[in-house]
Ligand binder design. Sequence first.
Ligand SMILES: [Zn+2]
Length: 201
Amino acid sequence: MPQAALPDVNTILITYRRERIVDLKSKRFTGALGSLLSMNAALPKKYQVEISTKKYNLALNKNILAVCSKCKDEPEYHSLIVDDYLLSSFGSLVSGTKYEKRWKCSKCNYVNILSKTELIKPEPKKPFFLGVVPDPPILTKGLMSEIDYPSLFEAWAWNFSVELEYQMGKYRVEYKPQEGEEPEEKLKGEEEEKIETLDGF
Ligand SMILES: [Zn+2]
């Protein structure tokens, strides 16, 4: 598939960006959602923001560390090998479950209980971009949902917008003009002309 031309994508993005802002301000959430999805669709596949709650949570939590309660080593949570251990009938009675999840520390071999493991979540340096956003919030029946929905949607929409703007910036930097199309050169030339005029003055 040919690469989408930057000037075309730019025009689409500017149009939808304006609409998105107007719709968000006047709380027309369906319109804002449409603009955001259209902006995303206008970008080449490589730069599109993925929409998946599952992948978003994975991306957000990928740096979580588990602390071994014996040696205090801090392996990455996603690297733990977790096994189900059959509990004694008493343990099962107390916990209400037959199995318990545990992981073995690779440094000291101590077997830690997963539900009692201390977790550390290092704060990522801001701003950070994940390339993925959660699914949009859904308006369900009920008073609470009606009250909460506008602020939840707005937060979601701005997060999506920031990710989109970042991807758009990346696309602009990495874009290679197609044959016969030199928008960057033209812009540079125009600027130089202006500077020359000013110098002459
Ligand atoms: Zn350990």
